[in-house]
Design a protein around this ligand. Structure first.
Ligand code: PH2
Ligand code: MG
Ligand code: MG
Length: 169
């Protein structure tokens, strides 16, 4: 069994709802046990600015799948939620990224682990820190230390009384 972390992001079609659905589908996948989910965060778009803010979160799972099989599962869930691949870094209904897969380092065409954006993206590293404060990255760097060099850039946790709004935008 391997502990893996998945980053979730959406800025279309009621983003919070999309994240909740994705979490549900991943948690109910075969050979996957849900360990934790972070709070939901509101973040400024990285990349093209003429798109809505994102809702992001990170989940921790335990799995007996291989990284490649987990990626296939994630892609199937993205498709089930209606993701259409258009603009690079453009708006999306759902994006599921494998951030970490145990201590494995993979550099394949379709899958690079740790996710190359992990250590510089505030909307990935802060939610990850929330659920794994003592995590050591595969290169030996404590996550907590790495996070200190990443600016919040407006990132903020969605309070529960904001959920309804974020579900309806
Ligand atoms: N994902 C991207 C590009 N830009 N910006 C935010 N705030 N959150 C994301 O998840 C995100 C992004 C490509 O995957
Ligand atoms: Mg992504
Ligand atoms: Mg992706």
């Amino acid at each position: 069994m391997v502990v893996a972390y998945i980053g979730l992001g959406s800025n279309l079609n009621a983003p919070l709802l999309q994240l909740k659905k994705a979490i549900h589908f991943i948690a109910n996948s075969k050979q996957v046990k849900l360990l934790q989910t972070s709070s939901f965060y509101l973040s400024k778009p990285l990349g093209p600015q003429d798109q809505p803010d994102f809702v992001n979160a990170v989940m921790g799972i335990e799995t007996s799948l291989t990284a490649a099989a987990l990626l296939t599962q994630c892609q199937a869930i993205e498709e089930k939620l209606g993701r259409v691949r258009k603009q690079h870094w453009g708006p999306r209904i759902i994006d599921l990224d494998i951030l970490l897969f145990g201590n494995q380092k993979l550099d394949q065409l379709e899958l690079t682990v740790p996710h190359p954006g992990l250590v510089q993206r505030e909307f990935v590293i802060y939610p990850l820190l929330e659920i794994a404060p003592n995590l050591i990255l595969p290169d030996g760097m404590p996550l907590q230390k790495q996070t200190k060099s990443v600016a919040l850039n407006g990132l903020r946790k969605l309070a529960k009384d904001e959920w309804e709004v974020a579900c309806n935008v």
